[in-house]
Design a protein around this ligand. Structure first.
Ligand code: 2RA
Length: 351
């Protein structure tokens, strides 16, 4: 019989994209598809691959008979319920931050370390944070060829990284400043938002419309943002380089969906732009958009909704040996979240 997949958090921002992915695949290995959510969303009906399904409530029994359970829920919900699902015999693919750094939980990007799906003593496999994931298919391919030693990145993160609340806030802010002559006097964007009646409380610590905000996540030691430490710790774990030198600056930009990163990567072996292009060309999930003479490079507005990692602006760093600079864009809800989770689930089911 064909395996059963459960989508936990089926009605949320990432869960909805997961269902979209299930619907758009030509074939799937699954027999039953089960949708699970909190009591608040239980009873909702959603159509998956032509069949109308009723969302069932998150209970231990909901996992009976489930082979693979994809969790798209907040950290605390995963921390509590992933072990419950695993104890009932499901392999959990968890998209939260709850287990990513657990040494007994593999952190998987199929293009980079697919073999690790089998090393899962807790029955749990973790999906990386969307910012790390957005560059990993490209970076992993280069690492395999040239041996990454140092990584400096700046992110340009979309509002949807902060969930539906982030998207709603950005749209409301853009509406509040639209057609107004603001943005050239200190504080006038914030004044326009207040004048339009927007609450001071926001998913972002500063106005995002007509602005950039150098902050994502929560405050950690010595001024680091949690998101920046995730990029460091998760990159090390996925690439299997515990001592990788990493420095990240995470910045929120007024983009709805698709994270971008400016990457400065140093390698142990000699690397050229031409050799990097060849490596990217061989990596199926990487698409090159790199012809600056014709104004061709990836931008979020152009690639949102796509599955691949888009790469452009590939340059040999002028003052740093064996170092490349490049720009990547990846849809933070697709490869950055639901798609990678789904790819792991398929790997588990079919290998
Ligand atoms: C963000 N990476 O973009 C986070 C979401 N997990 O805020």
């Amino acid at each position: 019989t064909r395996p059963t997949i459960a989508v936990v958090g089926a009605t949320g921002a990432v869960g909805t994209v997961m269902i979209d992915i299930l619907n758009s695949r030509e074939t799937v290995p699954w027999g039953e598809i089960r949708l699970i959510a909190s009591a608040r969303s239980a009873g909702k009906r959603m159509t998956v691959r032509g069949t109308e399904l009723t969302v069932v409530e998150l209970t231990p029994e909901a996992f009976d008979g489930v082979d693979v359970a994809c969790f798209d829920v907040p950290d605390e919900v995963s921390a509590e319920w992933a072990p419950v699902a695993a104890a009932r015999g499901a392999v959990v693919v968890d998209n939260s931050g709850a287990f990513r750094l657990d040494p007994e939980v593999p952190l998987v990007v199929p293009e980079v370390n697919a073999e690790q799906v089998h090393r899962r003593p807790k029955g749990i496999i973790a999906n990386p944070n969307c910012t790390t994931l957005s560059m990993m298919a490209a970076l992993g391919a280069l690492h395999h060829e040239f041996g990454l030693t140092e990584l400096v990145v700046a992110s340009y993160q979309a509002a949807s990284g902060a969930g539906q609340a982030g998207v709603d806030r950005l749209h409301a802010e853009v509406a509040a400043v639209a057609g107004k002559d603001v943005g050239s006097r200190a504080g006038d964007v914030a004044e326009a938002l207040a004048a339009a009646g927007l609450p001071a409380e926001s998913p972002f610590p500063a106005p995002l419309a007509l602005n950039v905000v150098p902050w994502a996540g929560s405050l950690k030691e010595d001024g680091w943002a949690s998101e920046e430490l995730k990029v460091r710790n998760e990159s090390r774990k996925i690439l299997g380089i515990p001592g990788l030198k990493v420095s990240a600056t995470c910045v929120r930009v007024p983009v709805v969906t698709t994270h971008s990163l400016a990457v400065h990567a140093t390698f142990g072996r000699q690397v050229t732009v031409a050799a990097a292009r060849e490596v990217f060309a061989r990596q199926e999930s990487v698409v090159l958009r790199d012809d600056p003479e014709r104004g061709v490079f990836p931008t979020p507005a152009e690639v949102v909704g796509g599955d691949p990692t888009y790469v452009g602006r590939i340059r040999q760093a002028l003052d740093f040996p064996n170092t490349l600079d490049f720009f990547v864009c990846g849809d933070n809800l697709r490869k950055g979240a639901a798609l990678n989770t789904y790819e792991i689930a398929e790997k588990v089911a079919t290998s």
